[in-house]
Design a binder for this molecule. Structure first.
Ligand code: TLP
Length: 351
């Protein structure tokens, strides 16, 4: 509940909510920024706060242009459509969000084919992907038009992709006429954890979708970055998909506030995740950003028992639980969650 007028972490009633960093609620200061936003009709491109956000994010990622979209899913799917024609193929990791959690959108909406490689826990291997690329101009084959990468990797437990692999893949893609799309829903976490500038990650992709509504704590909003020609086409796709928004500067203002105040503090979320891992006996080297994956536990039973004690966790599979730290979970919350989960997991294991 937000009873206090500060920009600090908030508590959700009494619960510590570790299900996802999408669950953050706008802080009082963010709400003030939203209330004060200058707005206009963004479909007419007359919303100054949105225009400024698009310019800002394009520059941050070293691209010519950007488009504010309602969700990471829309950013990803429009991004893929920009670099892949119907009947062509997107190649990605079998656990990629764009192919796992986006309801088959690339096929359902755009007629894009997809093919996957099974990676080691989400970690990008340029060679592994390159080996699977199918060339254009062969009438037997489905041409690979784009490769999708994800940084940080969600199902990989928030892992940061190795810069050398990203560089190798991108350099190769220039010679092969294949495009690279970055699902950068949590690229801000990747940058804070690795020290690699956002612009470096941005320049290693032809299209990138980045989310303001994950760790940065905005209530809604992602931004797609690319060159000016592609963003002009993306604007049409967004409208076609019903994503043309009107006085949406109120949301862009939340995004500006998030970039101003919530970027550097992601390091605190990462620290909290490491602390949680330590307390739970999870190998700390598996924790690179704001996620902790707990394996070999009865996930539904853990989730239910923890919930009864005011700790909410995500269930990735029957035997895997995911804990995500974020703006709304402070150090006390982390300690409390660690205590509850240690006890719950211990009880369920019978000791
Ligand atoms: N991820 C959500 C769920 O969909 C799993 C979460 O709680 O982690 N790319 C990546 C890597 C994501 O993790 C997500 C959201 C998205 C894209 C989609 O963003 P939205 O929810 O804004 O469409």
């Amino acid at each position: 509940m937000y009873g206090i007028d500060t920009d600090g972490p908030a508590t959700r009633g009494d619960a510590v909510d570790l299900r996802s960093d999408t669950l953050t609620r706008p802080t009082p200061a963010m709400r003030r920024a939203m209330a004060e936003a200058e707005v206009g009709d963004d479909v007419y491109r007359e919303d100054p706060t949105v225009n400024a956000l698009e310019e800002r994010v394009a520059e941050l990622f070293g691209h010519e242009a950007a488009l504010f979209v309602p969700s990471g899913t829309m950013g990803n799917q429009i991004g893929l459509r920009l670099v892949c024609e119907p009947g062509q193929e997107v190649l990605g990791d079998a656990d990629a969000h764009v192919l796992t959690y986006e309801m088959g959108a690339a096929a359902a909406l755009f007629g894009l084919s997809s093919r996957t490689v099974v990676s080691e826990g989400g970690r990008l291997s340029a060679d592994q992907l390159i080996a699977q690329v199918r060339p254009h101009g062969d009438w037997h084959l489905t041409a690979t038009a784009a490769i999708a990468v994800e940084n940080t990797h969600n199902r990989g437990g928030g892992l940061v992709q190795p810069l050398t692999e990203l560089e190798r893949l991108f350099a190769w893609s220039r010679t092969a006429g294949v495009n690279v799309h970055l699902d950068g829903a949590r690229v801000f976490n990747a940058s804070v954890a690795s020290g690699v500038p956002l612009a470096t990650y941005g320049r290693l992709a032809d299209t990138a979708s980045v989310c303001l509504s994950k760790g940065l704590g905005a209530p809604i909003g992602s931004v797609l970055v690319a060159n000016a020609e592609r963003i002009a086409a993306a604007r049409l796709w967004r409208k076609r998909l019903g994503g043309g928004m009107r006085q949406v500067g109120v949301l862009a203002a939340a995004a500006h506030h998030a970039l101003d105040h919530h970027l550097d503090r992601l390091a605190t979320d990462h620290e909290h995740a490491r602390l949680l891992a330590e307390r739970l006996g999870v190998d700390p080297t598996t924790v690179e950003t704001n996620m902790v994956v707990v394996d070999d536990v009865p996930a539904p039973a853990v989730a239910e028992a923890a919930k009864a004690q005011g700790v909410l966790v995500g269930q990735v599979s029957a035997r895997r639980v995911r804990l995500v730290t974020h703006l709304d979970v402070d150090r006390d919350g982390v300690e409390r969650a660690a205590k509850v989960l240690t006890q719950v997991i211990g009880d369920l294991a019978g000791h």
